[in-house]
Design a protein around this ligand. Structure first.
Ligand SMILES: Nc1nc2c(ncn2[C@@H]2O[C@H](COP(=O)(O)OP(=O)(O)OP(=O)(O)O)[C@@H](O)[C@H]2O)c(=O)[nH]1
Ligand SMILES: [Mg+2]
Length: 303
């Protein structure tokens, strides 16, 4: 019996990007790929589902899984989000734990480290946002704190925003690649359909423009996406769902100003992403307490 692995000529690894909300996981995914495929905002719980990003360089393919920030679930939607994290960790060859450059180890991180240990998953510690650090000592203290809690394969200080350290991180990640066929075509960037990315772009603008619970209670669905006959223009209709009539009022804004701003910003990003002219129409509907209604959550694609 030949126990040696066949020589595929290619190598690959599945790598989960995990951590607390708002530490910069999606920013890191985008920085690793050199393309923006995951939305980013300064509000926690921006990412709601797993996002696959594929980076193929030469004979090596790294498949990244960006995940929602690990937090204590308070709604059915956030239960779904947290399950995305635990399922992802169970499925990968390695993980990147993304953390802030200062502060304590939190419970969510301890839980993640415990799951790495239980499943024998090797991990790299990425200390993000080093561009915000004023003193080197803080970084040293953070490295000490986390390396005492877990035996990381490597520790890499990074700035996902500025790109610092991302190349060093990639070098470390490539070490996890094992001989195997490619799981995606070499030119694949993500498994997200265009419609999903378009909806996510609109949700990003909602997160960036609105406050308190309002953006967290929104969901976006693309109802129609069709090229206008004989013209180089794409007509897109998008439905924004929110939880209350009062939220709907805030999203539309005085004289429709807010919705207009969100629409314009979304259209510009969608045009850049799809590389064509877009006519975008946004509508707002109320679905009361949808974050606790399983059928609606599923119909929004969170299943
Ligand atoms: N200064 C600085 N800000 C960063 C850096 N990386 C991310 N951010 C900011 O941190 C905030 C959160 O970034 P995200 O990438 O959405 O964080 P996340 O971990 O994916 O958040 P969730 O999806 O909510 O869990 C955004 O405002 C980013 O611009 C960095 O290296 N430096
Ligand atoms: Mg995210």
């Amino acid at each position: 019996m030949n126990l040696e692995k066949p020589d595929y000529g290619t190598k690959s690894a599945f790598i989960a990007i995990v951590g607390r909300p708002n530490v910069g996981k999606s920013s890191l995914l985008n920085a690793l790929l050199g393309e923006k495929i995951a939305i980013v905002s300064n509000k926690p719980q921006t990412t709601r589902t797993r996002i696959t990003g594929v980076l193929t360089r030469g004979e090596t393919q790294l498949v990244f899984i960006d995940t929602p920030g690990l937090h204590k679930p308070r709604t059915k939607l956030s239960e779904y989000m947290v399950k995305q994290v635990t399922d992802s960790v169970a499925d990968v060859d390695a993980a990147i734990l993304v953390v802030e450059p200062e502060g304590e180890i939190r419970k969510a991180e301890q839980e993640l480290l415990a799951s790495f240990r239980a499943q024998g998953i090797p991990a790299i510690l990425a200390i993000n946002k080093i561009d915000t650090l004023d003193a080197k000592e803080k970084l040293m203290a953070q490295i000490l704190l986390y390396t005492q809690a877990f035996d990381f394969d490597a520790v890499v200080p990074i700035s996902a925003l500025k790109g610092d350290g991302v190349r060093d991180l990639l070098e470390e990640l490539e070490k996890f690649a094992e001989p195997s066929p490619f799981f995606f075509d070499a030119d694949t960037l993500t498994d997200q359909p265009e419609r999903v990315i378009v909806a996510e772009i609109v949700r990003e603008k909602l997160l960036r423009s609105l406050y308190d619970e309002i953006p967290h209670g929104t969901a976006v669905a693309v109802e129609r996406m069709k090229e206008r006959e004989g013209q180089d223009i794409l007509d897109i209709e998008v439905q924004i769902y929110c939880e209350r009539e009062s939220h709907k009022g805030m999203i539309i804004g005085k004289g429709g100003e807010m919705l207009k701003k969100i629409g314009t910003q979304s259209r510009q990003d969608i045009e850049r992403f799809l590389n064509c002219k877009v006519n975008l129409q946004c509508w707002v509907k109320v679905r009361e307490d949808w974050r606790n209604r399983e059928n609606i959550i599923k119909s929004f694609g969170y299943n």
